[in-house]
Design a protein around this ligand. Structure first.
Ligand SMILES: C[S@@+](CC[C@H](N)C(=O)[O-])C[C@H]1O[C@@H](n2cnc3c(N)ncnc32)[C@H](O)[C@@H]1O
Length: 220
């Protein structure tokens, strides 16, 4: 059975592979992933209850395909490990109304978010959890930087509960890992994160093979 990397050395190797993959993908990413993952991205951002002046953190912002989807009154911070992907996001932000003032883009590792606790009203990660070697660490960082009562949202492909599809996904994961993502992430690794109360799970994208998990950080 495949397993997640656990030692520091394994995690470092995996992260370097992810960085290499996205450095290569940056130029062509939008051509395919805007089309394939766009419906889930639009569905997710539309469900964020963003109020005037709210601070939004997008973890793994990539080329910034979500940036035009946020309401103009949101203050957005996007972080990503890949500078070539962020360069594309910077270009996109420059084309938005008050983009340079409203949108801040920073190179950062999602496993060590350089923000104080409770810094954001909404924290989301679209299509990121399958490409990080240690999703639980990213989840606990997302919860830490979200204010109590704020929204934590993950949109991702998760391991299917169908025995046949689940079997296929597990078998293909070692292959998919070579190009930087895995197909066998169980949804519980998101929904059972401590400090979160899950409020909504929606199927999105082609054949409903991806899901949006909308949760609230507990406490007030
Ligand atoms: C599939 S893309 C999703 C991009 C964007 N959220 C979207 O909806 O198109 C995954 C992104 O996660 C980023 N990423 C991978 N590992 C990361 C990490 N440890 N910290 C921050 N970003 C990471 C990649 O560089 C890439 O831009």
């Amino acid at each position: 059975m495949s397993r997640y990397p656990t030692t520091a050395a394994e995690i470092a190797v995996d992260s370097r592979r992810v960085e290499r993959v996205y450095a290569a993908l940056a130029r062509v990413y939008d051509g395919f992933f805007d089309w394939a993952l766009g419906p889930g991205r639009r569905h997710s951002v539309a469900r964020l209850p963003v109020e005037d002046g709210d601070r939004v953190l997008e973890v793994g912002v990539g080329t910034g395909l979500s940036l035009p989807l946020y309401p103009d009154h949101a203050r957005i911070t996007g972080i990503d490990i890949s500078d070539p992907m962020l360069e594309k996001a910077r270009d996109r932000a420059r084309g938005l109304p008050q983009g340079p003032e409203r949108v801040q883009l920073l190179q950062m590792d999602a496993r060590r978010l350089d923000f104080p606790d409770d810094s954001f009203d909404h924290v989301l990660a679209p299509y990121v959890l399958s490409v990080v070697p240690d999703p639980e660490v990213v989840m606990s960082e997302m919860v830490r930087v979200c204010r109590p009562g704020g929204t934590v949202m993950v949109t991702n492909h998760f391991l299917s509960r169908s025995p046949l599809l689940g079997f296929v996904e597990k078998r293909f994961t070692p292959l998919s890992q070579w190009i930087g993502f895995r197909l066998d992430l169980p949804i519980e690794r998101v929904t059972e994160t401590s400090g979160l109360q899950v409020e909504q799970v929606d199927r999105v994208n082609m054949f409903g093979l991806w899901r949006m998990v909308l949760a609230r950080k507990t406490g007030s």
